[in-house]
Ligand binder design. Sequence first.
Ligand code: PGA
Length: 230
Amino acid sequence: MSKITLIANFKSNKNTALLEQWFEQIGSDIEQLELVVAPSYPYLEKARLMQKGWRLAAQNVSPFPMGSYTGEVNAMQLRDLGVEYCVVGHSERRQYFGETSAQVAQKITQLLSAQITPILCLDEPYLEEQFYSLSDSNLSKTHLIIAYEPISAIGSGQPASVGRVQTVAEKIKNLYGDNHSVIYGGSVDERNIGELLLVCDGALIASASQEARQMNSIIAVAQKSMLNVS
Ligand code: PGA
């Protein structure tokens, strides 16, 4: 049985003191789970030093390689900082920063060439458009983590139903290939994680991951559901 992936996305939150406090209170990585934390760029190094077995993700990456692109952080630099995963195509980036599926595809190419696993976020309207913008080599021989993230569920306290997540997860695997993991994001917490994990491979968690205590409860439920099915 493959591992469940739980990703804590801090978005544009936390400072040094809050990050330290989170790592002091959070549980260590456990065997059955792949635990990933995505702090803002300036805190990646701090998180790497404190990691307790958590894997490191970035929240964004340049669509270009190393070079004259002022203000951008490229995939090779992220790799150099110990980053193993990177969120791309989050609806907040599509909405507030005008990120297009074509740019997301460029970012994925950069990440894969730096051996960083993309965490590709998709709401249903983008499923096909994003798929057709990816090259075959990005899809067939690689492993992406694809997060189904309905915009209406993000930060709203109103997660998609388990049935909906199951339907869309199947649709994603049919379209993108079942070599990829499909996880769910949008108002995930300790009350709904157990049932969601019955129909997908993990979760992308923002609001409920900010407090270490709540994240620890989510991890405990996920661990229990892993033990029940293995
Ligand atoms: P949420 O956000 O957990 O706060 O709903 C999820 C996300 O934006 O990835």
